[in-house]
Design a protein around this ligand. Sequence first.
Ligand SMILES: [Zn+2]
Ligand SMILES: [Zn+2]
Length: 144
Amino acid sequence: MQGKCLCGGVRFTLSGEIPNLYQCHCSLCRKVTGSSANAAFRIDLAQLSWNSGEELVQKYDSESGFKSHFCSRCGSPLPNLTAAGSAWWVPVGLLEETEELRVAAHLFVGSRAAWDVIASSAEHFDEMPDAAALTDLLRRPADQ
Ligand SMILES: [Zn+2]
Ligand SMILES: [Zn+2]
């Protein structure tokens, strides 16, 4: 599966089993996307390889640990390492050929914007669910 930013300068390839995605409706994700929610998933370190544009990656790491890595030319959010450094966080809007992806969870629904209407039957969580429970939810069954 291929991913690229808006200007096409940053490109990467994902391999292996691609999980379901979640949308995070928290106030930080609203700021960083300029929209109602982030749409993303996490994958193992070995599943992502950069094809081009690593020199374009700009990094903002807040004191709270919230990260925003983005293309310095076009502003697209970019994959970055999770806090523990054990996985990649991948913003799904960058990906091509996403017909098989589906949203499995909505996070921080309790703090969503008043105008954010979530028309989805995926599971809703008022805050961040237990990490193991979320991982289970996002893992796609083999028969899908
Ligand atoms: Zn770009
Ligand atoms: Zn969030």
